[in-house]
Write a protein that binds this ligand. Structure first.
Ligand code: FES
Length: 272
C-alpha cells in the first residue's frame, strides 16, 4: 500500500482516460496482467477501492535538478460510475492511495510461438504491458482490437510503435472491419501455419467467443477477467467466478483477485 502522486490524467477518447502515477521502486517488477486497487477520495463515498489493470510501467524524472528518477505507472479507465467520475476530476500533484501490484499475471509462454492478443474496449489496458514484454523477448505479436465504435479502440498508435501488427474491428464500422474482432482472429488462425497462444481481455461475450475459438482449435488461451472486486486480496469472496467443474451441487469457484485475474480459459466455465 502506498500513496501515489498523479503525474497526468488525460481524456484520450470520449469517456476513456489515461492516468500516470508515481510508485515505489519495487513496483517496477510488476508483471503484465497484475492490477492495483485504488482508493478514490478520502471519505466513505465511494467506500471501496476500485481495481485497475496496469497499462504501462516507466520512469519519471522529477523537475528539481539532481532528482533521482522514480518508477511510475499508467492505467486506462472508463468513466462508468461515481468512483471513476471522481478519478477523472483529479489533477497533477493530487494524491491517491494504491494497493498493489496484486493478482497473477500472464504467462509469457514460448518465445517462438506467435502471440495473438485480443482486446475489447478498456480490456486493451493490460495487453499493452504484455505486448511490451513479449516484444522485448522477440516473440511475434499481433493485436486484435475491437469495440462498438472507434472511440472504444484505445492506444493503437502505442501498440504500433512497439512493432505490433494491429487489426481493428468495430460494430458500427467506424474503424477497421465492421463486425466482431473475433472474425478477424478466426481468419488469421485459418491462415496460420505454426502454433499460437491467445491472450484476451474484454467484455464477457468477447472472452466467451475467444475461449471457444481456443477450445475448438486446441490452442492455449489466457484470459484476464474484469471482475467486480471489493477487497482485492481474497478476503470478501465478492469476485469469485465458476470454475470448469462447477455445478449447483458441487460448487467450484475461482477467486479472481488472488487466483486471477489471469486464468487459463480451459479452467473456467463458459456456458451461460
Ligand atoms: Fe475480495 Fe476478491 S475482491 S476476495
Amino acid at each position: 500500500q502506498f500513496t501515489s502522486m498523479i503525474l497526468s490524467n488525460v481524456e484520450i477518447s470520449p469517456g476513456y482516460w489515461r492516468i500516470r502515477l508515481t510508485a515505489p521502486q519495487e513496483f517496477g517488477t510488476a508483471k503484465p496482467g497484475q492490477f492495483v486497487m485504488v482508493r478514490i477520495g478520502g471519505g466513505i463515498d465511494p467506500l471501496l477501492r476500485r481495481p485497475f489493470a496496469i497499462f504501462d510501467i516507466g520512469t519519471h524524472v522529477p523537475a528539481q535538478s539532481g532528482a533521482v528518477p522514480q518508477v511510475c505507472f499508467e492505467m486506462l479507465y472508463k468513466v462508468v460510475g461515481k468512483g471513476t467520475a471522481m478519478l477523472s476530476t483529479l489533477h497533477e500533484t493530487d494524491l491517491v492511495d494504491i494497493l498493489g501490484p496484486l493478482g497473477t499475471g500472464f504467462d509469457l509462454g514460448d518465445d517462438n510461438e506467435e502471440k495473438l492478443l485480443v482486446g475489447g474496449g478498456i480490456g486493451l489496458a493490460p495487453l499493452y504491458l504484455l505486448a511490451t514484454e513479449l516484444v522485448k523477448r522477440k516473440s511475434p505479436v499481433r493485436l486484435f482490437a475491437g469495440g462498438r465504435t472507434c472511440d472504444d479502440i484505445l492506444c493503437i498508435t502505442e501498440f504500433k510503435r512497439l512493432g505490433v501488427e494491429c487489426y481493428t474491428a468495430t460494430e458500427d464500422g467506424s474503424l477497421g472491419t465492421q463486425g466482431f474482432v473475433t472474425v478477424a482472429l478466426n481468419n488469421h488462425l485459418d491462415a496460420l501455419k505454426g502454433k499460437a497462444t491467445l491472450y484476451a481481455c474484454g467484455p464477457d461475450g468477447m472472452l466467451r467467443a475467444v475461449a471457444k475459438i481456443a477450445a475448438d482449435r486446441q490452442l492455449p488461451c489466457q484470459v484476464s477477467l474484469e471482475g467486480y472486486m471489493a477487497c482485492g486480496v481474497g478476503a470478501c469472496l465478492g469476485c469469485v467466478t465458476p470454475g470448469k467443474d462447477h455445478t449447483p451441487k458441487t460448487p467450484d469457484y475461482r477467486c479472481v483477485c488472488t487466483e486471477g485475474p489471469v486464468f487459463d480459459s480451459s479452467e473456467l466455465k463458459w456456458e451461460a
